[in-house]
Ligand binder design. Structure first.
Ligand code: PAF
Length: 282
């Protein structure tokens, strides 16, 4: 596996493959890779001739009081995992390569309508940071397809929307969430959990599963159901940010909607965890 740190190096490294008509799949990441990321890379290798991954801890998607400084940077271990998973090319730029004008950058991508609620309500500017960096990465890599985990459900919706509306000729592939045996969705932030918090954390997914069962059994008062679930999480040591039942296009769900997703974000100690569960009522 080759590693490039500059836009020109990355473009040069892909030139021959592009000329030979090879298909290119792209897996953008912020590093500190776990089996969820490796599943994306293996799926990319199954679908395309060349796999490019990026590692860049994007400063513009972190708020002032968030964990940008302590976000784990583990490039050597990540490179070994990527090489083992048949990644062909790693793009690992410095901040000045991605943001040549630094804080003076005047251009940003914003996707309205689906970014103001859920994670966007408490993380102001987060999705604009994601949309901006993903657009830059798409322009640099110019892949045929890009793969993202479904764990970041709202992020995936934002990326699908910007890809369509900014006319990127890229297929966006969502890949199911990878979970630990106890149900906890894999995330780089799980490493921040203490041993006791790690024991508690699977309750998030259990709560989603219990809510799905209640809805499948015919209960439709989503406000009452989510308030009870939020109260339960609170009693068990979580500080919930939101827990909502939405339509799969993220519009508010009504009693007649069949394609649903339950989304949750909650803090456990100092760690913010998110998860979701999408399902279709028969
Ligand atoms: O999901 C992530 O790891 C990041 O938000 C992404 C898509 C790589 C953009 O920085």
């Amino acid at each position: 596996m080759k590693t490039e740190t500059t836009q020109s190096g990355l473009r040069g490294a892909l030139r021959a493959a592009r000329k030979a008509g090879k298909s290119i799949a792209f897996v953008p990441t912020m590093g500190n890779l776990h089996s969820g990321h490796i599943t994306l890379v293996r799926e990319a290798a199954r679908r395309a001739d060349i796999v490019v991954a990026s590692i860049f801890v994007n400063p513009t998607q972190f708020g002032a009081n968030e964990d940008f400084d302590k976000y784990p940077r583990t490039l050597a271990a990540d490179s070994a995992l990527l090489a083992d998973a048949q990644c062909d090319l790693l793009f690992a730029p410095e901040a000045r390569e991605m943001y040549p004008d630094g804080r003076a950058q005047a251009t940003a991508v914003s996707v309205s309508g689906i970014t103001e609620m859920l994670c966007g309500a408490s993380r102001t500017g987060h999705f604009s940071g994601v949309a901006t960096v993903v657009s830059k990465l798409f322009n640099i890599v110019q892949p045929d397809m890009a793969l993202f985990g479904e764990k970041d459900y709202q992020q995936l919706a934002v990326i699908r929307r910007l890809t369509r509306e900014l006319c990127f000729p890229i297929d966006i592939v969502g890949v199911p969430t990878v979970r630990a045996d106890d149900g906890l969705a894999l995330s780089s932030r799980n490493g921040f959990l203490s041993a006791a918090e790690r024991q508690q954390a699977p309750l998030l997914y259990q709560t989603l599963s219990n809510l799905r069962s209640a809805i499948e059994s015919g209960q439709r008062d989503y406000s009452m159901l989510t308030q009870a679930a939020i109260a339960h999480l609170g009693k068990c040591g979580f500080v919930p940010d939101y827990l909502e039942v939405r339509r799969q296009d993220l519009a508010l769900a009504g009693a007649d909607d069949r394609e649903l997703v339950i989304l949750v974000a909650a803090r456990l100690g100092t760690t913010r965890l998110i998860d979701n569960l999408a399902f279709v009522l028969s």
